[in-house]
Design a protein. Structure first.
Length: 163
């Protein structure tokens, strides 16, 4: 299983149910990594998408605790057990945990690869991702080139679980 996230230098990921900054190059990277794959998101993350619609050309699975939540455009899983059953239908390498903070935290230890876009700036944030640089069980396995857009520098990295 994979995870994909954009973080600032404090590992902040969002504020007020939105991204910290919109970077077209990063959004393109996210699309390239997840298109044709499965994304697992929380309900609030779905609601943060444009028009509250699922992302096209991928299977959108929404994990929620709300038993009344319904949306015909996504696969809804109420609770972790229902999600585990649903994910058995897919190859582990096709699954991307894609937010929000609670969903990331819940599945971090089950991920083999975490695709991180690191922004070399900080922003006011109210949601965070665990700092992988402080963990012994994840190491950087791939580093992409640095980019600069909208006045901020950022880099694509892949952290791999140490086996």
């Amino acid at each position: 299983m994979n995870s994909i996230v954009i973080v600032d230098e404090n590992w902040g990921i969002g504020r007020d149910n939105d991204l910290l900054i919109h970077l077209p190059t990063e959004l393109k990277y996210f699309k390239e990594k997840t298109e044709g794959k499965v994304i697992v998101i929380g309900r609030k993350t779905l609601e943060s998408f444009p028009n509250k619609k699922p992302l096209p050309n991928r299977t959108n699975i929404v994990l929620t605790r709300d038993e009344t939540f319904a949306n015909d455009s996504v696969v809804v899983c109420v609770g972790e057990e229902a999600l585990k059953q649903e994910l058995e239908k897919y190859s582990d390498e096709d699954i991307f945990i894609s937010g929000g903070a609670q969903v990331y935290k819940q599945f971090l230890n089950q991920c083999d690869h975490i695709y991180v876009t690191k922004i070399f700036s900080s922003f006011p944030a109210d949601r965070y991702f665990e700092n992988l640089d402080e963990r012994e069980d994840f190491k950087i396995g791939w580093t992409g080139p640095c980019h600069k857009e909208n006045g901020v520098e950022f880099q694509f990295l892949r952290y791999d679980k140490v086996k």
